[in-house]
Each structure stands twice: as C-alpha cells, then as structure tokens.
Design a protein around this ligand. Structure first.
Ligand SMILES: NC(=O)c1ccc[n+]([C@@H]2O[C@H](COP(=O)([O-])OP(=O)(O)OC[C@H]3O[C@@H](n4cnc5c(N)ncnc54)[C@H](O)[C@@H]3O)[C@@H](O)[C@H]2O)c1
Length: 344
C-alpha cells in the first residue's frame, strides 16, 4: 500500500451526517485535527447535507455514495450510517479503491466482515472501525492498572452490563434488522474494552435472549430488538467474559465492567472506577476518578499508518472479534447450544 507524503494529502469524506449525536461533525473535526483534509459529505437527507455545508463551508456535497465515488477525489471515506448499511457501503467504497473507516459495529455478521477485509486486501487499501472508545479514560486506566501494575492479579472473569427498564425508542436502533440487536450498539464498545484485558484466544460463545415484551409496543413490532441479550465467551486460558444488555432490568447493576482477578476486582463506571482488594486479610476499597478520554488518538493512529506505515491499532481483524462474538451469540441462542469460534 502506498504511503502519503503528508497528512494533508489524505482527502477525507463522510457518508452520513446524522443528527442524533452529530457524529459527522465529530469525525470531520477529528480528521482535520489529525492534519487530514475534509473535502466531501454524502447524505441522503437534504436537511443534514445543508447542516454539513454550513459546518464546513465549500465542502463537496453529494446525495449518494455512487455520486461521491464518481465525482470526488476523496481517498478516505468514513461510514457513519445505520449498522446494516456498513458492509455493503464499505465494500462499494473499497472496490472503488478508497480507504474506509467504518463506525462501530464494523458489520453485523462475521461473513460481512470477512468480505470487507477481502475487498480491502484486493484493492490494497485500509479498512478499519472507528473504535474511538479504545482510548476512553476508564479503559486506558484499567489497562495500566491490570496489565502493567497487576493490581488485581491474573484476570479470571469480566462481566459487562448495561441497560435499565424502559420501552426502546422508535428510532432505527430498535430494529433488529437494522441495528443487529440489543447487544450491537453499546455491547460492541464493552466487548472491545474487555478484549484489551483478556489476551488469550476465544474458544466458544454461548448466547441467550428474551424477545417479545416490548416488541408489540414499538413501531418495529416483531422486528424489534430483544428485550434482553446475554453472551458468555470462553477463552483458551480458562477466563470467561459475559455481556448483558437489557431493557427489562428493574434492578441496575454497579458499573459497566466488573473485572475480577485472583487478587482483586476493578469496576469501571461512567465517571470513576472502584478497586476492591484484599490485603493482609483486610478488604480495601479505593475509588479512582476516570481520566479524560483520548479518542483523537484513533485518527492520529490512522494518519500515522497511512503516512509513516506505523502499526494500525484498529485493524479489520481486531474489529471483527466483537462482531464474531455477537454473531455467534445470535446463532447460539437459536441453536440452543454453545458454538466454537472460527476466529480467536
Ligand atoms: N463511536 C461512537 O461513540 C458512536 C456514537 C454515536 C453513534 N455511533 C455510530 O455511528 C453510526 C451512525 O449513528 P448515528 O447516531 O449518527 O445515526 P443517525 O441516524 O443520527 O445518522 C445516520 C445518518 O446516515 C444517513 N444515511 C443513511 N443511509 C445513508 C446512505 N446510504 N448514504 C448516505 N447517508 C445515509 C441518514 O440520513 C442519517 O442522517 C452507527 O454505526 C452508530 O453506532 C458511534
């Protein structure tokens, strides 16, 4: 793959300039901060395209990806669209010889990710997923405490959970076909956090789900997300990882991630982490504020990869791991048995 002489030679465009979280603006600004040159936006909604033109005066605007690929010299395209569009749009852009960054989740199934990686290899371009949360303060701190300082001994299990009680909204995130299911939005982030802490290969996935309580009450009816999903992943070293996301959980759980080791437990919450240790027969609890997030490092790394050939941190293969877990969890819940992983 050819390297660029400088970051500014990387001309970038986004597909999708949605309003829910203003992610299009965030991506273009972060790429700009990394020294790249924003030149184009493709958006099917004319109102959002107008917002993009206001945010970035003079930027090329297109109403379809086809038009962008045909008319724009953009060489890195970022997909910020609903989950079930990621694989087809990425493959279209990769086949046109453009580098692709895809918002998380990289895709819904393992087969889709395999096809994306194959398309990138064929065109000799990059495919990556925007795992900006790889650099969240809480996980940067957890990696330091657990892997470098060994404050909880050897990691034995990680439990990830999120959710509460409430009818899901009528937006696309509630459609199982479009979103992939209840586990795909925040679940991908929590799995990506966890996979940084357990380095052993994954061996087996078991999934269960509950469907049908909220479904009749939402706009998506039987295509609604599960009320609750649960996954158990086993690793070659004997560790295990669970993820549960619920919309029927009347009793919240402490934190987002609970990591238990042979000598302590670290719980990661939104603003702080809590370390539970047993020292000389005494239980000690320490609350540690989470440092700031450093999501800009995602695009700084992409730039360093494309300009200097530095190692790409979020490769397609890395981003495939959480998707593989969720894909197998769906298959497992349908087959009523655990399923062996294809990828470690
Ligand atoms: N990494 C993060 O922290 C983070 C935060 C929020 C959202 N996301 C991810 O970003 C993606 C988009 O989420 P969102 O909240 O911005 O959704 P959104 O619905 O607000 O925006 C999506 C936009 O894409 C446009 N669009 C859809 N199909 C298109 C197509 N074929 N061509 C051009 N435009 C198209 C829509 O008109 C819409 O404006 C999802 O993958 C989501 O999981 C990630």
């Amino acid at each position: 793959m050819k390297n660029y002489a400088s970051a500014s030679e990387i001309t970038v465009g986004v597909v999708g300039y949605g309003g829910a979280f203003n992610m299009g603006r965030q991506h273009l600004r972060q790429m700009q901060s990394a020294g790249m040159t924003p030149i184009a936006v493709a958006e099917v909604d004319p109102a959002r395209l107008a917002v993009a033109a206001e945010d970035f005066p003079g930027i090329e605007t297109y109403s379809t990806v086809e038009e962008m690929l045909e008319k724009s010299g953009v060489n890195l395209i970022v997909l910020i669209t609903p989950h079930n569009t990621h694989a087809p749009l990425a493959i279209q852009c990769l086949k046109a010889g453009r580098h692709v960054v895809c918002e998380k989740p990289l895709a819904i199934t393992t087969a889709e990710v395999d096809a994306m990686i194959a398309a990138a290899n064929e065109s000799d371009v990059m495919v990556s997923a925007y795992h900006n949360r790889h650099w969240d303060g809480r996980i940067l701190q957890a990696v330091e405490l657990i892997k470098n300082q060994k404050v909880i001994g050897d990691v034995v299990r990680i439990e990830c959970h999120m959710g509460g009680y409430g009818k899901p909204g009528d937006w696309w995130r509630t459609s199982r076909t479009i979103s992939g299911g209840i586990l795909y939005d925040w679940g991908v982030h929590l799995l990506e956090y966890s996979l940084q802490l357990i380095e052993a290969p994954m061996t087996e996935v078991m999934g269960v789900q509950h469907l049908g309580f909220w479904a009749p009450k939402t706009a998506w009816k039987e295509d609604s997300n599960e009320d609750e999903g649960f996954v158990l992943v086993r690793f070659e070293g004997g560790q295990w990882l669970t993820l549960s996301i619920s919309s029927i959980d009347s009793k919240g759980k402490e934190g987002w991630l609970e990591i238990t080791g042979t000598e302590g437990t670290l719980v990661l919450d939104e603003r702080y982490s809590t370390l539970y240790q047993n020292k000389d027969g005494k239980f000690i609890t320490s609350r540690i504020p989470n440092p700031s997030d450093e999501g800009q490092r995602y695009y700084d790394n992409v730039r360093d990869y494309l300009v200097n050939g530095s190692e790409l941190i979020i490769t397609g293969e890395w981003a495939r791991r959480p998707i593989h877990i969720l894909d197998l969890a769906r298959q497992s819940s349908e087959a009523n048995r655990a399923i062996a992983t294809i990828y470690p």
